[in-house]
Write a protein that binds this ligand. Structure first.
Ligand SMILES: [Zn+2]
Length: 428
């Protein structure tokens, strides 16, 4: 018995229950190897062995925030954050696409220049983080980097941009961000901008502007994934038509479970999948179900907005820090209604049924408002793997969802790229 146990150890990661039942049966190795993954592998062991990437990590917005320390474990309850190194490590979230976010602003030259400065500094902050924690974190520039960095026990840091607004009307600036490591480009945020209509604003162009179409072609040329999260339905259609490579939705959900401007109609999700794209399912509560704030919370939010305004682009760092402190206090006194982990999994499984396992990923909007009761931060993401196993998905399926699909898309984009630029780091 003991020698058989030893010989089995290298065959597969086995749960005690599956091991015992196999030995009570024929006792042959063949039977053991043919046992279905869902029965023979515990979800925690499976999760630990997967490469897990989230397509939209808003955490770089915290890097210069007072009181935030990437190396120290925070908690959603205490500071409303979702991601830091200890929680990434305990949740075995191996990294993903770290976001250069810029708030929408006026479509004029002076505002573009201010936004450009802020975006360049945000990219610098991501690169500084990787340098500061070089033992634990590494910048990634190509799909193949992800597995290598994961095997070295480090967190994978791809860069994406949420809102191309800071590029102004000079799309050659995208090349500067590419050289700094940018590999995914979201064109728009809550407000329609010079490139694209937003799903949450009145349309300016009926989809993409001509400049927006040029920007998609420039992203294709450089080798950047085009991200349609936050884009209007017409802008998503235009992106799929113009882009020479499949489009991603880095943090979006299906209208089929809950109709919302930030969710995407089912027929468009199917079209995205048929063109090779991937939808990374969002865990932002207000997009998962209808959550109504209490009158007390609404009144407190209104008072906060009156005190600080809501034009972050024009606020100083000190003002933003003061606003955030006041906002955290408000969240603790009048918590927003929360969606649940079960509701998130309902969206995820629905999307899987709709478009198939080759076209779904995870993009929970961590530190951008994502998180639900039962999955408050990245330390809880092993629950996603467990829920997928329970739903009957195989190890191979779950690996696609956690990283295989986005890396396949990235390889498509790399293969289609026609520019010969490389990041300085690649030359090292
Ligand atoms: Zn977003």
């Amino acid at each position: 018995m003991k020698s058989l146990m030893v010989s089995l150890a290298g065959v597969a990661v086995l749960s005690a229950a599956a091991c015992a039942s196999a030995l009570q049966g024929s006792g042959s190795l063949v039977t053991e190897q043919q046992a279905p993954a869902a029965e023979s592998t515990s979800s925690i062991e499976l999760h630990e062995n997967l490469l897990t990437l989230d397509a939209h990590l808003d955490t770089p917005a915290l890097f210069h925030r007072d009181g935030y320390d990437f190396s120290k474990r925070g908690s959603f309850e205490a500071d409303r954050t979702n991601v830091d190194l200890p929680r990434l490590q305990s949740g075995k979230l191996d990294g993903g696409f770290w976001v250069i976010y810029t708030a929408p602003g006026p479509l004029d030259e002076a505002s573009y220049i201010a936004a450009r400065t802020s975006a360049i500094l945000r990219q610098a902050a991501i690169r500084e983080l990787a340098a500061k924690y070089a033992d634990s974190v590494e910048l990634a520039f190509a799909a193949d980097d992800a597995a290598r960095i994961h095997e070295a026990n480090k967190i994978v840091v791809f860069q994406s941009m949420e809102n191309a607004y800071p590029l102004g009307e000079d799309i050659t600036l995208l090349q500067t961000f590419y050289v700094g490591g940018l590999r995914m480009l979201g064109l728009v945020h809550f407000d329609s901008n010079q490139f694209a209509d937003s799903s949450t604003d009145d349309p300016l162009h009926g989809g993409l502007s001509e400049l927006g179409k040029d920007l998609v072609r420039e992203a294709n040329r450089l080798g950047m994934i085009v991200d349609a999260s936050h884009a209007s339905d017409d802008a998503l259609r235009d992106m799929m038509e113009v882009s020479s490579t499949p489009v991603i939705l880095s943090h979006s959900g299906p209208d089929g479970v809950f109709e919302h401007a930030r969710n995407v109609p089912d027929d468009l999700l199917v079209q995205l999948a048929e063109s090779g794209g991937v939808v990374h399912v969002n865990a932002f509560g207000g997009y998962l179900e209808d959550l109504q704030p209490t009158p007390e919370r609404s009144a407190a939010l209104e008072a906060l907005n009156e005190e600080y305004g809501n034009n972050f682009a024009e606020m100083t760092d000190a003002e933003i820090n003061a606003y955030r402190a006041a906002r955290i206090a408000l969240e603790q006194q009048y918590p927003s209604p929360r969606s649940t982990f079960d509701k998130y999994i309902e969206h995820l499984l629905y999307t899987l049924d709709l478009v198939g396992v080759d076209h779904v990923g995870i993009g929970a909007d961590w530190d951008g408002g994502g998180g639900v009761d039962g999955m408050a931060d990245v330390s809880d993401v092993p629950k996603i793997t467990a829920a997928l196993l329970t739903a009957g998905y195989s190890r191979a399926d779950i690996e696609k969802i956690w990283s295989g699909n986005v890396l396949r898309l990235m390889r498509d984009v790399e293969a289609a790229k026609t520019a010969t630029l490389v990041s300085p780091d690649v030359l090292n």
